[in-house]
Design a protein around this ligand. Sequence first.
Ligand code: SAM
Length: 294
Amino acid sequence: MGSVLKKIRVINMIDEKVPESSTREYDFTQQEFEKIKKIIYDRAGISLSSSKQNMVYSRLARRLRANNLTTFKDYLDLLERGDEKEWEEFTNSLTTNLTSFFREAHHFPLLGKHVEQRSGQQRITLWCSAASTGEEPYSMAMAVMKAFNTLTPPVRILATDIDTKVLAQAEQGIYNMERLKDLSPEMLKRFFLKGSGLQTNSARIRQEVRNMITFRQLNLLDERWPIRGPFDAIFCRNVMIYFDKPTQYKILKGFSPLLAPDGLLFAGHSESFQHAADLFKLREKTVYEHAKKQ
Ligand SMILES: C[S@@+](CC[C@H](N)C(=O)[O-])C[C@H]1O[C@@H](n2cnc3c(N)ncnc32)[C@H](O)[C@@H]1O
């Protein structure tokens, strides 16, 4: 009897429902959460802590509804059957896309100076490797245009992200005025077109700014990236925080041959690449350069 009870307790621990399950539309077991954690880690490198259970539930419950499924088991079976469209939706659902224009503002005058110093070069290329909804690559483009004092500087920006939904939004370049509230009237006038009619509460980034940027899906976790360097600067900000150190190191090793010899690597405010000191060294606050002469 005792051993049967023990067995039941062990099964319950594995298959335990996450808290707040009483108010949930679908059952969501601990085991299912663990499985999802492993899948998103293997696919996108994203390490989810156990505090993210509720977030995972609410984001994926939408996918169950969209697919007319009634259990997480059926949803996981659907993924296992290799439904490519659903894999994309699954990944899009679990990314965190928080961003803003000129976030970590000190990077942009530095980027402007950096590209200006290279004005003799035939072509200057920049890579924004976690572009989200576009605020970051557009801020880079505006900083470059300011530095060259023209809407057609000799600069190209590649903007990539794993999430196809945010990339589609980024390509549109339409933003609610609330998201533009920290930009000066002068910047708004120079780089945006105010919406009219039903769109008065939004503005679209000017075509010239959009022309500088190519948006493409790219998973930083992939073994090979279908891109060619050298890049004069790489922005990889506020995405490494979702990866563990070995994953970060692998990505940094991939950046190394793609960054021009005197190129700059920009990191997010809470990210440090000290554990990759053989590859990159700190030049100034959250800005890195090659550790060794190339
Ligand atoms: C918090 S946002 C940061 C956006 C912007 N870089 C910034 O600093 O404002 C993180 C972005 O990283 C993307 N991301 C997550 N995992 C990724 C991966 N494996 N490869 C490429 N992008 C990824 C997400 O889709 C998301 O848009």
